[in-house]
Design a protein around this ligand. Structure first.
Ligand SMILES: NC(=O)c1ccc[n+]([C@@H]2O[C@H](COP(=O)([O-])OP(=O)(O)OC[C@H]3O[C@@H](n4cnc5c(N)ncnc54)[C@H](OP(=O)(O)O)[C@@H]3O)[C@@H](O)[C@H]2O)c1
Length: 341
């Protein structure tokens, strides 16, 4: 049987922030044959280079990386911009303002962007107003969309009784840049320095909050603690490219408990560190209730998966109503229909 569905028009893309995730999204988009209209980065050696060469495609894309301070965004001609810069809405706001004001939808990789109203309501108000004013949509996504948030919601699809929810994850710290691994998870620090680390805003409570919200519940409060991941023998750290002595911090174990006004609780046990031998990255949920079930996503190739979530959400974001639209509003990720065959 022939399926005569017309191939949907590919979206025209812009990229803002060309680090490991931004460039992986460039490679995925280029392979899919989606047109790339513009690329922006802060000043430095990336500016002025051809995007295809910068992304290691081995061929030019005919798109020159522009300095975001001096670019004319109104000339981009893109439907949507993929932003992969910092984790914080307030730090990214200038970028959002430039892109949304030029009539581009925005899909962003900042962890705070998954739930802007919960993470930074003041900045969310500004983003939402800008997006509505210009008739475009802002959405935050990344690997959690598929592996932590929608996996948890799908598990509950067959539930008839729901008690406490439990989320356990293991993430390989070697997938982060050295700066992020050190600053946010204490990699390579002494235990004394780890104790002084200001733990960042409780971003890892977000997946549980989102799953509870999908159940129609109201969040009451969240508590979170972080302890260092340690080893009693020296281990090689790929991301820092050196041996770490016994007792030096290999990452963080973040534990959070979120309660709802309706009395349901979700616990999160998030291990982000050098993986013990034989361990692989995974995200898992189980719940107390009926029928007993659990769901586990095993993952490899984390940078590719997170960037793929950015690209695979593009059509949903372009089609959504103006304003901030979270992945909960967009629904579960669907398989892309236009992969190269
Ligand atoms: N949503 C998720 O599920 C998820 C998962 C993993 C990571 N993340 C987040 O994704 C973000 C990108 O990660 P990455 O590994 O691609 O980082 P990266 O390799 O360091 O790249 C960051 C890019 O943004 C630019 N940049 C960084 N800070 C900036 C600032 N303050 N102002 C303007 N431009 C800035 C960098 O410019 P230069 O080239 O000049 O340095 C670079 O192009 C991080 O915040 C990370 O925590 C999100």
């Amino acid at each position: 049987m022939h399926d005569d569905k017309p191939t949907p028009t590919p979206p025209r893309l812009a990229f803002y922030g060309l680090g490991q995730y931004g460039l992986e999204a460039v490679r995925i988009s280029a392979e899919r044959g989606w047109p790339i209209a513009a690329a922006y980065n802060r000043a430095g050696p990336k500016v002025g280079r051809d995007l295809g060469e910068l992304a290691g495609l081995g061929r030019p894309l005919g798109v020159t990386v522009e300095d975001c301070e001096h670019a004319d965004f109104s000339r981009a001609g893109a439907d949507i911009a993929i932003v992969a810069q910092t984790d914080h809405l307030a730090q990214n706001l200038t970028a959002y303002r430039r892109l949304l004001s030029a009539g581009m939808n925005v899909v962003c990789h900042a962890s705070e962007a998954y739930q802007p109203w919960d993470t930074d309501a003041a900045t969310a108000t500004q983003i939402d107003a800008l997006a509505r004013q210009h008739g475009v949509t802002f959405t935050g996504t990344g690997i959690w969309d598929f592996s932590r948030v929608w996996s948890g919601i799908l598990m509950l699809g067959a539930a008839t009784q729901i008690g406490a929810l439990h989320h356990r994850t293991v993430t390989d710290i070697d997938t982060f840049t050295p700066q992020v691994a050190q600053r946010y998870f204490g990699l390579g620090m002494t235990q004394a320095a780890f104790a002084d680390l200001r733990f960042d805003g409780g971003l890892y409570r977000l997946p549980a909050i989102m799953v509870l919200k999908a159940l129609g519940l109201s969040i009451d409060q969240t508590t979170q603690s972080a302890t260092p991941v340690l080893s009693d023998r020296a281990v090689h750290c790929h991301v820092l490219d050196r041996m770490l002595a016994p007792g030096i911090v290999l990452g963080a174990l973040i534990q959070a408990t979120t309660t709802t006004r309706e009395g349901l609780t979700a616990t999160s046990h998030i291990h982000i560190g050098l993986l013990p031998e034989g361990e692989t990255e995974h995200m898992a949920w189980h719940f107390e209730g009926r029928p007993r079930s659990a769901i586990r996503v095993d993952r490899a190739d984390t940078v590719h998966m997170s960037s793929a979530c950015l690209v695979n959400r593009v059509r949903d974001v372009v089609a959504a109503e103006p304003g901030i639209r979270t992945i909960l509003e967009l629904g579960p990720m669907r398989p892309p229909q236009d992969l190269p065959r």
